[in-house]
Design a protein around this ligand. Sequence first.
Ligand code: ADP
Ligand code: ADP
Length: 230
Amino acid sequence: SAVIESRDLNLYYGKAHALKNINMDIPEKSITAIIGPSGCGKSTYLRCMNRMNDLLPGVKITGTLGFRGKNIYDRDVDVVALRKDIGMVFQKPNPFPMSIYDNVAYGPRIHGVRKRETLDHIVERSLQQAALWDELKDRLRDSALSISGGQQQRLCIARCLAVEPEVILMDEPASALDPIATSKIEDLMRELKERYTIVIVTHNMQQAARVSDRTAFFLMGELIEYDYTK
Ligand code: ADP
Ligand code: ADP
């Protein structure tokens, strides 16, 4: 069944019509790649899914974007709770300037987890899911800024997983990384889709073909092709 459903979704930055009547269903436990040339609205669409656009001045949104049957643009939606369910990983790895452990424990702490034992367990589980536990288990107290770029990006994924989201949004998650780190991220995405719904923005068609179950091709703010068949 669909986790995210866009119905006639439009977004305007002032007069610029950045998303035009987007209708799209994203099923659970799948990887959807959003592809298309620079400026076609990929990031804008991804950012809609966890409410990162609509607080900018001059932005207007019409239509609906449903998450589990509820419009995330309804007034009573709790954006903090939404971002727990729908996590985001950015193009540039952005670990917080704190220890590896504290990066992963950050979200659970915000959501009220205090017990050391529980946090330890979450940190181990999340790092394991992000294929980092073996590499980093003896370095949990080291600064997150002391590890490689590829490890930092997988740490950002672990930080996202720590709050047990349903959906993970990734905006060009590998484009700042070298080829080896990129292939590790791609392997990880394929593993994560067993448990999560993943939406990735990429301008790299080969990457989209390698990792995704379905591709949504955007052009000038429109969804012009959505390939369900793969
Ligand atoms: P990308 O192509 O990777 O999306 P951009 O250089 O287009 O990167 O955008 C970088 C940042 O600048 C984004 O946060 C985007 O929302 C913002 N941005 C892009 N275009 C404009 C614009 N015309 N006016 C204001 N901000 C913009
Ligand atoms: P993509 O991710 O496909 O490169 P974007 O979603 O970043 O495209 O941008 C879509 C269009 O919206 C572009 O014309 C861009 O300049 C514009 N845009 C993006 N962010 C902003 C912003 N914050 N303010 C104004 N225009 C923006």
